[in-house]
Ligand binder design. Structure first.
Ligand code: FAD
Length: 414
């Protein structure tokens, strides 16, 4: 529908920026205000645990657009401004500084925050997390001064950080509750490859290990106590144990939340004047059948943030379409690139293709291809995206057969 009092977006990150930019591209002429609590221009997060942390990318390289873009496109970016409440009856956003912003349509693009480590000592100096640019800046300094690093959590961010730190010759131990790295996200084959790759960099893993406390001296971290009683000495601890969606604004305004702000296939909440996109949103996906009981998911990825921003912009510009984009993701760890198309877990078959150095794992659920993990096989990833998006039938036997022409299948040339 038409927006009369303008568009207000809470969260000036990847998704919030995208909906604004795509609306201007579509010729949307109403006022747009991006409200964000961070000080910087809207920026991309992936380099924070990769090139930026390693010193290969500078600050400007992170920005989604230079400052001039916003003025030229009539997008008001209010930095360091926190939204504190939604007055749905009055269609106004309430700001923490006491200000009020009327809206015609409100977009919640508030992202997610890191899950805190629920043990004593987690507040000690030297215990850090990585979400924003300010975290990355603090970590860059902390790495310089660190000797012994413990990473809690062998997820994507923990592993990317571990690879950067190990490449600098620092002692890095990764403590993980599950039995393998990235256990929730990838197949056993891919986990095993990355375990070895990190070990080759000098990273030590402790699996099926719990953290019971962070120990300190003089307010600073000195070690990580494990559930088995052992203490790992540490002067820097990076906690990467997953995220919590920033859904409180929606919940307080009476909108449905359940590990994410609930939206329909058009990314709308139950209030037609409020939508939610990106890391904070839980939505129905055609690719989530068998992934969750109700077929809804919440996805933390650049692809999802951008595609949902575009999808919502199309609706607000008068061309509504349900969100049905194929999920895809990447992670750079050391010299290896992992690319994932589709939603792989749970899987009932995981079929490898390729060599030990560069391979893909084709994952099947209920007899259908559900996801493809590619390690240093960008070609497979592009083919997989086509196959999955089109729903092209593929059997585990075909995937396993090195003579089977996957590219021809993806291109529709049998
Ligand atoms: P965000 O980009 O997080 O933006 C949300 C913004 O809203 C934040 O600035 C937040 O401070 C602000 N906000 C929240 N509440 C309020 C409020 N009340 N008032 C005002 N502002 C508020 N994805 C990939 O696909 N590949 C990768 O390799 C990859 N690497 C990553 C590495 C790191 C270190 C991190 C942290 C994330 C990575 N991601 C990666 C995930 C990806 O960056 C996110 O999925 C994406 O940024 C989500 O976009 P978003 O707009 O939903 O949230």
């Amino acid at each position: 529908g038409l927006v009369t009092a303008g568009l207000v977006v809470v969260g000036a990150g990847q998704a919030g920026f995208q909906v604004a930019a795509s609306l201007r591209e579509a010729g949307f002429a109403e006022p747009i205000t991006l409200v964000g609590d961070e000080p910087d221009l809207p920026y991309q997060r992936p380099p924070l645990s990769k090139g930026y942390l390693a010193g290969r990318t500078d600050r400007q390289g992170l920005h989604l657009r230079a400052a001039g873009y916003f003025a030229e496109h009539g997008i008001v970016h209010r930095a360091e401004t926190r939204a504190a409440g939604i007055d749905r009856d009055g269609t106004r956003l309430l700001l923490a500084d006491g200000g009020v912003l009327p809206y015609g349509h409100l977009v919640l693009a508030t992202g997610a925050r890191n899950r805190p480590l629920p043990v004593p000592g987690a507040e000690l100096e030297g215990v850090r997390q990585l979400r924003g640019l300010s975290d990355a800046d603090a970590l860059k300094g902390a790495i310089e001064a660190a000797n012994r690093i413990v990473v809690v959590g062998a997820g994507f961010i923990g592993l990317e950080f571990a690879a950067v730190a190990a490449a600098r010759g620092l002692s890095v131990t990764v403590v993980e509750a599950a039995g393998r790295p990235m256990a929730r996200a990838v197949s056993g084959q891919t986990s095993e490859f990355f375990r070895r790759a990190h070990e080759a960099l000098g990273v030590r893993f402790l699996f099926e290990a719990g953290v019971s406390a962070i120990e300190g001296a003089g307010g600073r971290v000195s070690g990580v106590r494990l559930s088995n009683g052992e203490t790992l000495p540490a002067d820097l601890v990076l906690v990467g144990i997953g995220v919590l969606p920033n859904q409180e604004l929606a919940a307080q305004a009476g909108l449905a939340v359940a590990d994410g702000i609930r939206v329909d296939a058009w990314l709308a909440t139950a209030d037609p004047a409020v939508s939610a996109i990106g890391d904070c949103a839980r939505f129905p996906s055609p690719f989530a059948t068998g992934v969750t009981p109700d077929g809804t998911v919440r996805i933390e990825s650049v692809q999802n943030a951008i595609d949902q921003g575009r999808c919502l912009a199309a609706r607000l510009a008068g061309r509504p379409a349900p969100y049905a984009a194929l999920p895809w993701f990447w992670s750079d760890q050391g010299r290896h690139k992992l690319q994932i198309a589709g939603l792989g877990a749970p899987a009932d078959a995981s079929v490898p293709r390729g060599t030990g150095d560069a391979f893909s794992v084709f994952r099947f659920r209920d007899g259908r291809l559900s996801a493809v993990e590619s390690v240093d096989r960008a070609g497979d990833h592009m083919i997989a995206r086509r196959l999955l998006a089109a729903g092209t039938p593929l059997t585990p036997e075909q995937a396993a057969d090195p003579g089977f022409d996957l590219k021809a299948l993806a291109m529709g040339r049998p």
